[in-house]
Design a protein around this ligand. Structure first.
Ligand SMILES: N[C@@H](CCC(=O)N[C@@H](CS)C(=O)NCC(=O)O)C(=O)O
Length: 322
């Protein structure tokens, strides 16, 4: 549905150009407008007519989004079926004013949606704590967990600054992360993204104020969180949970998912190969990654362990690279 609406809106925007270029008559133009209105109306009716329960959850994502990975991981752990819809990176933010992940679900006859990974997790807890109490226990938002989650969300934002500081001057790598080779992203978006790259890169630079000072701030903020996690894990006998709960909870999955930006696990997003090859990364980025691994061995071993033992290759058989 959202893609169909985006398509109808796109056509409506392009229509004046088509009318001028093809010198269409008033009657033809009116008929096209009428057809578009009927199409939009039918799409709405089909949505209303769909039985509740069909397409229970739809998760909007982009190829490389550590915040989307956090929600995806928790949905997988919860064991609820969902359909993932991948968009090309940056298009949602700068042309629709939305970030991913977005969770869409049926509430009665209508479809509702929530953005922002932490709010999505609260919704899942609210819904499944009663329906599947055992399976949902890892989502319980205790005060300790929500306090850690806030710091982890800041860590996620600092990682965005860090990764873009290293990658924006490497269009091919950035475009790969934004999904130009990902067959699950619609082909028209992948093509559009290639054309728009210089604009998108500028917008990202401005949005995150990319520069030497923001890079330094982000890197030291990242190291602060890694040091805290490393210390907490070091105090425990086994690597089971940052907060010492004995078994991983959603903050552990969030930490690993957000860290996937530098840990580059082979099965990020339930896939079966790393999104970016470490050897292909800019040297300064590789140096930072080596430093994170060297200075924070328990934290980085924990990310690897969680990806190895708690992350399935859910969609390993789906087509991925074009
Ligand atoms: N606080 C938000 C942050 C989400 C966010 O920054 N998402 C990025 C991807 S990691 C995004 O939507 N980028 C824009 C886009 O790709 O269109 C959350 O927790 O979900």
């Amino acid at each position: 549905m959202p893609r169909q609406q985006a398509l109808i809106t796109g056509i409506a925007f392009l229509l004046p150009i088509v009318v001028a270029a093809a010198d269409l008559s008033l009657l033809t133009t009116l008929l096209i407008v009428l057809a578009l209105l009927v199409w939009a109306w039918l799409a709405t009716l089909v949505g209303l007519g769909r039985k509740p329960g069909e397409e229970a959850f739809v998760l909007d994502t982009i190829t490389a989004s550590h915040f989307a990975e956090k929600v995806r991981w928790c949905l997988d752990k919860l064991g609820v079926p969902y359909e993932e819809r991948r968009w090309a990176g940056t298009l949602n933010a700068f042309y629709r004013g939305r970030t991913v992940p977005i969770l869409r679900f049926r509430t009665g006859r209508v479809t509702s949606h929530i953005g922002n990974s932490s709010e999505i997790l609260r919704y899942l807890w609210g819904t499944f704590a009663r329906e599947r109490p055992d399976a949902a226990l890892f989502l319980e938002p205790t005060p300790e967990r929500t306090a850690l989650e806030k710091r982890l969300d800041r860590y996620g934002r600092m990682l965005q600054v860090w990764v873009y500081s290293h990658l924006l001057d490497e269009p091919e790598l950035t475009l790969r992360a934004w999904g130009v080779h990902d067959k699950r992203v619609p082909a028209w978006q992948r093509r559009l993204l290639r054309w728009l790259y210089p604009v998108q890169a500028r917008l990202i630079r401005r949005a995150f104020r990319i520069g030497p000072a923001s890079y330094e701030r982000a890197k030291s903020g990242i190291e602060e969180v890694l040091s805290e996690v490393d210390r907490r894990l070091g105090e425990q006998e086994s690597l089971n949970s940052i907060l010492g709960d004995g078994v991983p909870n959603y903050t552990d999955y969030a930490f690993a998912a957000l860290s996937s930006v530098w840990a580059l696990p082979p099965n990020m997003g339930g896939s079966n190969e790393p999104l970016l090859d470490i050897e292909a990364l800019p040297e300064a980025m590789r140096r930072d990654i080596e430093e994170f691994r060297h200075r924070f061995p328990a934290a980085s071993a924990y990310v690897d362990q969680l990806y190895r033992e708690h992350r399935d290759s859910r969609d390993a058989n789906e087509p991925r690279d074009a």
